[in-house]
Design a protein around this ligand. Sequence first.
Ligand SMILES: [Zn+2]
Length: 437
Amino acid sequence: MSRPAKIGEPEKIREPEKTREVDATEYHIDAERLKGFLTEISAFGKRPEGGVSRLGFSDADQKARAWLVSEMRATGLDVWVDAAGNIHGRRAGTEPGLPVILFGSHIDSVPEGGIFDGTLGSLGALEVLKTLSALGSETRHPLQMVVWADEEGVHFGQGLFGSRAATSGPIRGELDLTGSDGHSLSEWLERYGQRPSEIDSAVLNPRDVTAYFELHIEQGPKLDRQGVPIGIVEGIVGIYRFEATVEGFANHAGTTPMNERRDAMFSAARLTQAVREEVMAKPGRQVGNVGLLKAFPGAPNVIPGRVQFPIELRDIDEAVVMEVLERIRGRAAVIGREDGTTIGITPFASERPAPTDTGLQEQIHRAARGLGLDTIRLPSGAGHDAQNVSRHGIPTGMIFVRSKDGVSHNPNEWTDWDDCARGVEVLYRAVTELDAR
Ligand SMILES: [Zn+2]
């Protein structure tokens, strides 16, 4: 059943004896009610052309939050908003002293975004809790849904605000940033009824949390292409950025013979090609990108004397990234020698990979198998609140469902309602089976 994964393709994990998929009428969750929730929330920030623009910290976001809070209260949850603007809703457990099982996502969107990104995990969490109430089921642990504030971070240029504030705390100076709408993050928090000076009170104690689950659309094409309904996320990839600086010699572009040029742009172009070749040189899911080039002095009639550009590498395994980087450095040395340039590559920003908990991966796998659903394990190439929670020392599990053609952050983002229901039923089972364990 195992074959080596091709480049860019996760290994498919199929059960040896495929069980019949459980009919949706046998689900605990109510697929129609879930569809109703997702449709209702899509009215906030709705665009006539389709999709939503519901930026974190905006009027549309505030109205959607008010609607959600009233739905959560109507479900009988104990609801509060923490100092970072994260919305929490708790349902009590039967055994005193057990730490909560936490699950949720976000409801803010990018400009001209889709209606499933974040909302599926948020309204899916509410659906799980509504289902338990409707069934009159008790759980040993308290169950708590969370809707993280400003996941997309459009106004302030920094995503994952709420989950960061609830884990490592905000970045220094972050609350004083003025957003693209002219208001500071502090002002918005006040508008949301919070005291920014008390932001530290939003930090979760890992000992108070048994586990965190996040259900999300994949936002990539792997599940859809392979016809698999459920993805088990192995972790959120690490993002490593390096600054490459090529030093050549600026000279007259008309009079300098071609064989005497020390052309920094030519070396940069060759190195850009080398980045792609070295990333693809071995099988795996690693990706690399050169997204911009800056040439100096930057004129049509001057041979570039210096070129700077970022090299971005991503993978779930830091060792893979470092190995690719070493090969890129080797290529850079050769290119520099051949072209008479010098090339330096220095790290300037990195975010470590955030692996999910292997026990919770198994929990999700069992839940999916119980429904007769195929799964694959895959890393998330996009950032999620789950990465902050995982790095905070809270065991984290993440469930993906299919995005049609992998399209997301786009009004055409689509996940079939059946797939939404499959994902929420897997979440329901993962949470309740973990609770019973
Ligand atoms: Zn999202």
